[in-house]
Design a protein around this ligand. Structure first.
Ligand SMILES: Cc1ncc(C[n+]2csc(CCOP(=O)(O)OP(=O)(O)O)c2C)c(N)n1
Ligand SMILES: [Mg+2]
Length: 322
């Protein structure tokens, strides 16, 4: 079993004696491969550029929602979850279910970075006969559950978490919901069950970007006071800036928040985060950038990357992909 406390400052595997690395199990070894906060920040900017690139090439995609949740995926896959492409069939792996399946481009990019999806396969997004379609399917290595019809991911995640308890396996199940998705009553039924079965191995993250497909969540079907509602349903609740790596690490590395209760993170995000004219713009829910918009977006993200590097004073050539 792996301790999942804060690992900031842990030694890089490169600096550990080979004998020690060989002696520890593969899960522990991966956990020691700590990605620094700076690398996470850099990855987020680069993930954003890749999201826009694949959407542009495919001429389809959910731009706003992918940009809002990508920092959450970054932290989960690079620092929090025990899952890797070479051990995806390990029954002890942590599970991730992206219930807001329409933001699959963010997931594809992170799975590509983590070695689940090759560059060649990524290039086939939305092409005829490609497994990489506009919503997650289990045909793609690394994807646990077909989603896209909103309102089902949490129920499935509850089942996975309950199975883990019944089988005596020590994995956690992470699921990402959209805030608009919460209008689906099935999410609340699943929440009742999560509390009833005391699923403290379940971590639910709500991408609270305040926008739905055509308007604000509060105009379509009001959610507030959201934290109180989740507490009343039996969750232990934390709130975080869902586009802030350090804030996300602060909550996601410290689950369960309470023994015997499912954990819930309200991740306050900006839909379209990272590109000025996409941020908070309802029309960008599934808008594809024109050539001019694409060039401007990449220029803004290039500038953000340069700023990061200047601030860190690090040589970008030494940084790992993407
Ligand atoms: C059951 C169901 N109803 C409607 C849709 C159409 N739909 C796709 S995305 C979306 C809005 C979702 O909003 P939210 O959950 O807030 O996602 P985000 O803002 O993160 O993109 C809707 C209604 C769907 N995919 N599934
Ligand atoms: Mg939303």
């Amino acid at each position: 079993m792996i301790a999942k406390g804060s690992c900031a400052g842990a030694a890089s595997p490169k600096k550990l004696p080979m004998r020690l690395l060989q002696a520890v199990g593969p899960l522990v070894r991966d956990h020691l491969s700590m990605t620094s906060e700076y690398e996470l920040l850099l990855k987020s900017v680069r993930y954003r550029k890749k999201i826009l690139s694949v959407i542009k090439r495919a001429n389809a995609g959910h731009t706003g929602g992918s940009l809002s949740c990508v920092d959450i995926l970054n932290v989960l896959y690079n620092r929090v979850m025990n899952v890797s492409s070479d051990r995806f069939d390990d029954t002890a792996r942590d599970r991730y279910v992206q219930s807001k399946g329409h933001s699959v481009e963010a997931l594809y990019i992170v799975l590509n970075d983590k070695g689940f999806i090759s560059d060649e396969e990524l290039a086939t997004l939305c092409r005829y006969k490609s497994n990489l379609v506009g919503h997650p399917t289990r045909k793609v290595r690394g994807i646990e559950q077909n989603t896209g019809a909103l309102g089902h991911g949490l129920s499935v995640s509850v089942g996975m978490a309950l199975a883990g308890k019944m089988d005596g396996l020590d994995y956690k199940v992470y699921t990402l919901l959209g805030d608009g998705e919460l209008a689906e009553g099935s999410s609340w039924e699943a929440s009742l069950a999560a509390a009833h079965y005391k699923l403290d191995n379940l971590i639910v993250i709500v991408d609270r970007n305040n926008l739905q497909i055509t308007a604000s969540t509060e105009d379509v079907c009001g959610l507030e006071p959201l934290a109180d509602k989740f507490r009343a349903f039996g969750y232990s609740v934390r709130e975080a800036d869902g586009n802030n790596i350090s804030d996300l690490l602060g909550v996601l590395e410290k689950t369960p928040f309470e023994q015997g209760k499912p954990s819930l993170v309200i991740a306050h995000t900006v839909k379209g985060k990272g590109v000025s004219f996409i941020e908070n713009a309802t029309a960008w829910h599934h808008h594809v950038p024109s050539d001019r918009e694409f060039a401007q977006a990449i220029a803004e993200l290039d500038e953000a990357e340069e700023k990061l590097k200047r601030e860190a004073g690090q040589d970008p050539a030494t940084m790992s992909r993407p």
